[in-house]
Design a protein around this ligand. Structure first.
Ligand SMILES: [Ca+2]
Length: 252
């Protein structure tokens, strides 16, 4: 039945060519799908099938949705002129991206740039369009398949609005909603209290040390189950912004 083609396993399926048809076979159920016409074929790491027809034409068959890497995350940064930049890792299966804020498509409100097939993409929104909110990025591949999982991030107010008091309010809100809990409640509250104590007395170096402890405690692996990922990301971001502000103030 196989006529000089190739066979390849991808994601538990066997792909191959038989009588000028590219097929996919589930080796457990023997369920068998014809994907495309074609002679020889090749398959890449995303499961995409490339096949030749006649001697000149190359076709791609792809019904596998793009997938973000397990450790992929959506990062953001406010620019000095009030713009907002989102950044996330991409792979070669991804062609386009849809960006939403609070569920509304804002893809047309910014400019997308990309470094490499397997690299990072950036979405740059000018100040007129840049707003805080819950952002989500969905990937679409060359065949139009859309990623099932989106990357998401809560974008907070611009960094000028980040203060120790604001950070403290944020932490309190997370504690009362249960997003921060267990031993982290006291650990993080203490770090902040001491940071405030030092900062109000003009001891920025000691206050900085307390904020660094805050980050360390929050990232201490055994504490992972006492904090929600969103809360951690938001707090981390606020602390980093504060540290950057203090550093600039110090060196001005
Ligand atoms: Ca794909």
């Amino acid at each position: 039945m196989l006529a000089g083609g190739y066979l390849n396993f991808h994601d538990g399926y066997l792909y191959g060519e038989a009588v000028s048809r590219i097929f996919r076979l589930d080796p457990v159920t023997w369920e068998h799908t014809i994907l495309s016409k074609g002679h020889y074929f090749a398959q890449d790491e995303y499961g995409r099938v490339f096949t030749g027809r006649n001697s000149m034409d190359l076709y791609m068959y792809d019904d596998i949705a793009p997938i973000f890497a397990a450790d992929a995350s959506l990062q953001y940064e406010w620019t000095e002129d009030g713009g907002l930049v989102l950044e996330w890792p991409v792979n070669a299966d991804m062609k386009k991206f849809q960006i939403t804020r609070d569920g509304v498509d804002v893809t047309a409100n910014g400019e997308l740039s990309r470094e490499g097939g397997n690299g990072t993409a950036k979405f740059n929104m000018a100040a007129d369009f840049a707003e805080p909110g819950a952002y989500e990025v969905t990937a679409i591949d060359y065949a139009g398949n859309e990623s099932e999982e989106a990357l998401s991030v809560i974008v907070n107010e611009q960094p000028d609005d980040v203060t120790l008091e604001g950070l403290n309010e944020q932490l309190k809100a997370y504690i009362s909603s249960g997003d921060v809990r267990g031993p982290l409640v006291n650990q993080l509250s203490n770090s902040l209290r001491q940071a405030q104590h030092h900062y109000s007395a003009g001891r920025t170096a000691q206050a900085t040390k307390q904020l660094e402890d805050f980050l360390k405690r929050m990232n201490n692996p055994p504490m992972g189950r006492h904090i929600e990922a969103d809360a951690k990301q938001t707090l981390e971001h606020a602390v980093h912004e504060l540290l950057v502000q203090w550093h600039h103030a110090d060196t001005d």
